[in-house]
Design a protein around this ligand. Structure first.
Ligand SMILES: Nc1ncnc2c1ncn2[C@@H]1O[C@H](COP(=O)(O)OP(=O)(O)O)[C@@H](O)[C@H]1O
Ligand SMILES: [Mg+2]
Length: 421
């Protein structure tokens, strides 16, 4: 069959690579893709939000499965649209994608279905929010309700910072409509990790855990980013904690969505924190995580397309995982996550095996590849433990010219220190 992947980042490149391995698949298309995706799939020049053209293309090309990568088209109803056009889609409908699209909806669901999470209140009224923050004190966390490309959260260590962030969100409308409502929640401490699962109604098929590095610089310093690297599995999160996370968090949210008449089909991504009281939910996303997917999918032994078709058909896929560590290091443009330059040529990639290079923000310019994003690409390494995976990933990364780019030099060190592996 032919498969169409919608999106243009590292996550979609990882999905395309995996789809291309499937013996069921004849052609892999990706709309709109990037330079690296162009090596593993046929690039289709259609924007993610242009549902009509995506539908016509998919029908013309006899596409048997459309996989949606990013949250924006999901929240805007791409699944509903394509299904109405008769296409088979892997991704939640709009009324289920709200699990990511509205943080207050998601917190309400956690409260209603007894899913462990930080205590919270949500506000549309500035004065009420301000009074609540003053009463709670710092540290405290503020979250724009809607989609904000990973920039809508402030973890405020002081009251001043919290109130300044509230002003940005509610008075200056920093995130437009997305911050017309703000969730204010208790600050949680602990070890953060990510757990994704294939979900169809009440059926939940968990993947293995991953951990990413959100801060820009070594030792978890500097501003928050979309993620500077990741690895899977997470040796310092035990199997018992993973199982508990599935039973107490992912299964109940899947079931709750069914009860609400918002049955979820697709990937539930749970951002979790292992606190002293056990695992608690930081957030849910309604799609594969980025960069977690880039280190989790290479470990999946199953045919991804077969798994998705089985999940959609209500069959029970049995997921099996390679017993190895995969670690990915992000190459970012100098200046990211603040202002950075685009258009610089990527040099040195030819020295790295193509299978280990996952492109995020790149484009082809005649015979060179140039950067057009903050996060440019990710290089993976694997091994029997995180130390080996880290060594292999950094050996490859050495070949990349860093005149205009940078990467963290300590991806995975936390796992190595904590687990002694
Ligand atoms: N209640 C909390 N306590 C401590 N840190 C938090 C809390 N909520 C979020 N964070 C931190 O902020 C980051 C971003 O928050 P998240 O809810 O995942 O929003 P998004 O990914 O949409 O920006 C999290 O990965 C976590 O590091
Ligand atoms: Mg998050």
């Amino acid at each position: 069959m032919n498969v169409l992947v919608v999106g243009r980042g590292g996550r979609e490149h990882a999905i395309c690579k995996k789809v291309a391995e499937s013996p069921l698949v004849e052609n892999v298309f990706c709309a709109p893709g990037n330079a690296g995706i162009g090596r593993d799939a046929s690039i289709v020049n259609i924007d993610e939000m242009n549902f009509a053209d995506i539908a016509s293309f998919a029908k013309e090309q006899n596409v048997g499965l459309v996989i949606i990568g990013p949250e924006n088209p999901l929240s805007a109803g791409i699944t509903d649209y394509l299904e109405q056009e008769g296409l088979k889609v892997f991704g939640p409908k709009q009324n289920a994608a709200i699990l990511e699209g509205s943080k207050s909806f998601s917190k309400m669901m956690m409260e209603k279905y007894n899913i462990p999470t930080a205590r919270y209140q949500s506000f549309e009224d500035y004065d009420a929010a301000k009074a609540y923050i003053e009463q709670e004190g710092a540290p405290i966390v503020l979250k724009a309700d809607g989609l904000a490309a990973g920039k809508g959260v402030t973890v405020a260590m002081t009251l001043e910072e919290a109130l300044a962030s509230l002003d940005d969100m509610m008075l200056d409308k920093k995130f437009g409509d997305a911050s017309a409502r703000v969730v204010v929640e208790q600050y949680l401490q602990g070890e953060e990790y990510s757990l994704m699962a294939f979900v169809h109604g009440e059926n939940v098929y968990p993947m293995e855990a991953a951990q990413d590095h959100k801060r820009a610089f070594d030792n978890d310093e500097g501003p928050n980013t979309g993620g500077m690297g990741a690895y899977s599995p997470v040796p310092h999160i035990s199997q018992a904690i993973n199982d508990q996370s599935v039973e107490d968090i992912i299964r109940p949210i899947a079931k709750g969505m069914v009860v609400e008449g918002r049955s979820f089909t697709g990937i539930v991504f749970a951002g979790l924190m292992l606190t002293e009281e056990g695992p608690k939910t930081i957030e849910f996303n309604a799609r594969f995580g980025d960069p977690e997917t880039q280190v989790v999918l290479p470990r999946l032994e199953n045919d991804l397309v077969q798994v998705m078709l089985d999940v959609l058909d209500g069959k029970d896929p049995e997921l099996t995982w390679k017993d190895e560590s995969v670690l990915g290091i992000v190459l970012a443009a100098k200046g990211y996550p603040e202002a950075y330059e685009k258009g610089h040529e990527l040099k040195g990639l030819d020295a790295i095996d193509a299978g280990s290079v996952i492109h995020a923000g790149t484009y082809s310019d005649t015979d060179v590849i140039r950067a057009n994003g903050g996060r440019v690409l990710l290089v993976t390494g694997s091994g029997s433990n995180p130390t080996e995976a880290q060594k292999h990933a950094y050996e490859k990364m050495q070949h990349v010219d860093t005149e205009h780019f940078f990467f963290r030099s300590d991806i995975g060190s936390r796992a190595i220190a904590k687990a002694g592996l």
